[in-house]
Design a protein around this ligand. Sequence first.
Ligand code: FE2
Length: 479
Amino acid sequence: MTSSLERPSPYLLGNYAPVEREIDARDLKVHGEIPRDLAGVFVRNGANPRFRQKGRHHWFDGDGMIHALHFEDGRASYRNRWVRTWAFGEEEKAGGSLWTGTTERPDFSNPRGPLKDTSNTDLVYHAGRLYSLWWLGGAAYVVQVPSLETCGTETWGGQMPTVSAHPKVDAVTGEMMLFDYKPYPPYLTYAVVAPSGEIVHKTTIDFDAPRPQHDMAITERFSILFDMSMRFDAELFARGHMRSRFYRDSPARIGLLPRRAPGSEIRWFEASPFYMYHTINAWEEGDRVVLIGCKIDAPLVGDPQNPPRQVPTVGFLRLEPNLYRWELDLATGAVKEERLDDTLTEFPRMDNRALGRRTRYSYNPRISLTEPTVLFDGLVKYDLEAGRSDTLVYPEGRFGGEVVFAPRTGAKGEDDGYLITFVCDEASGESEAWVMDARNVSGPPLARVSIPQRVPTGYHAWWIGGDDLAAQRAMPLPA
Ligand SMILES: [Fe+2]
């Protein structure tokens, strides 16, 4: 009899299955036309296990692999490379897996450490470097573009040896705000990196217990951090177990910290209980702060108080996120909350040049409700000012991923540019990159670029425009 533990995870099947080859391909076949003013590199990270680990597999397990498309003069080339993490090297030497996944009990007897830093989650470009990052807080691996060579790790002089996914770059000031959370004190660390690449501010935020958080947000003056209602079960944690619990009767708290203030100055605003993976943006409007994100009211599988609706799951996580708007009143401390749409969307992106400033548009992949796993069957462009949306539905059996916004050369206006994402056929594995007009999301794509191998379903992406590409700092990293 086959036990559930031996059954292959759905997140290793279909287009979640890893690819084995690293390839380079030039002059890719294109249906339609790649705009001539699209110049730069689209990069996307994701889990692609080099070796099959023992025990349970979770979608968030597996070595980071970056897929890159280089656009120039109306042509595109493709390259994919694993992030050469320390753990990847150790397993290559051993010829097999040396760690279990994140849903197994951490093995503290493992001489290499209980958890494998896979660097599989996020990509962020700042101050001449592309960083590959891990959702549980890992080393910031520096990856050269377009070679995708892993050059080393950035610790900012040892001040941030690990960092969470989802730092935020203020394109106006050139600063990058980042955080790291841990299951032991200090539970939350926050830092500001100057445009020079140096850390200019670092502080910790006090909690009585760990506060898992996946993302943050910024405004011109504040960084926004969270004390959400899903955290480790306090009683079990005291006995050494890390099992998440949703405290449905306990308010969530949204914390505003002036950008370079000590953690003790964080001001907490109470909101309805929620968990959230990704924010979209935040900004200030007079004495109010607006936050937009993908809020989840019932994040845990098996909670008897969950609504009966069937939604995709990832391990014990239940993905039922809605676009939400919070308004924090700095004068009174009051919080106004509003659900903006009933459609389930996640992995939202926007025009990063305006992060922290008032923006109008958000580009959110739509979650398919006919699949048990997380697949995006469409793309919703939200117009937050007009309260409208425009939806692209992918062809039957094809699913897209996170999009990036690439501004047109000389762009005028927030949505004057292109959207890029991978679109893959779940049955055949045929993979394309779609280039879309951000002003006409539901129209036909401008270009469909054929990728000569399957691109597995992944996570976060980034657009490195021509200017950023030219501004990359010398590699390899100094010792
Ligand atoms: Fe994320």
